[in-house]
Design a protein around this ligand. Structure first.
Ligand code: 5GP
Length: 185
């Protein structure tokens, strides 16, 4: 990597590291669901769209993709609000094997909300696949497939944004604190 954007502190996960791990996750998921019918993957917009796109193309089992969009932190990298559904799934999930695909787990509030909401729709099974989890207290349902654990900093790239910027960087990087504290003041 020759030049890194000056807003970024450092690269945490390179494109190669992510791609290898995504392939491993897809292989594990394919093995685990081999005997089941169709796997219904639920990607959480917008952050998980790149992770999901790479993951599904490595799967070797029949699958369907759908999306949900939730309310986000807006432009703030520091405060969290109540979770709300902005866009729901296209179809009922009753009796289906559901795999929730999330970009990142921080406090666990979002994934807990999703678990509770989707469980109420009576799927046959419900598991989660998360690219990165931040270090810290874990007070949510265990993540079934986890890509990486990262330090508790604001990260961007590989689908993750700050104020709709940096989302399409091919790697995952730590955003400089000065970038988001400047906006908050
Ligand atoms: P939680 O509910 O676990 O605290 O936060 C989950 C959601 O917050 C993620 O789906 C993501 O939208 C957002 N989020 C948390 N940490 C980060 C981060 O470091 N970078 C970005 N871009 N989004 C984050």
């Amino acid at each position: 990597m020759s030049k890194i954007n000056p807003d970024l502190e450092r690269v945490l996960l390179t494109q190669e590291e992510i791609s290898l791990r995504v392939a491993e996750l897809a292989q594990q998921i394919s093995e685990d669901y081999r005997q089941n019918g169709n796997l219904y993957l639920v990607g959480i917009l917008k952050g998980a769209f790149i992770f999901l796109a790479d993951l599904v193309r490595e799967l070797t089992i029949p699958h369907t993709v759908d999306f949900m969009a939730l309310s986000s932190y807006g432009n703030s990298a520091t405060s969290s609000g109540a979770v709300r559904i902005l866009m729901d799934l296209r179809a009922p999930i009753e009796n289906r094997d559901i795999l929730l695909v999330e970009d990142i787990v921080d406090t666990g509030q979002t994934i807990s909300y999703l678990h509770k909401t989707l469980q109420g729709r009576r799927p046959r099974s419900l598991k989660s696949c998360v690219l990165v989890q931040k270090e810290g207290d874990v007070s949510h349902e265990p993540i079934d497939y986890l890509g990486f654990t990262i330090p508790n900093v604001w990260v961007v790239g590989y689908g993750l944004d700050y104020a709709e910027t940096y989302r399409t960087l091919p790697y995952l990087a730590e955003l400089k604190r000065s970038v988001y504290t400047k906006d908050a003041s």
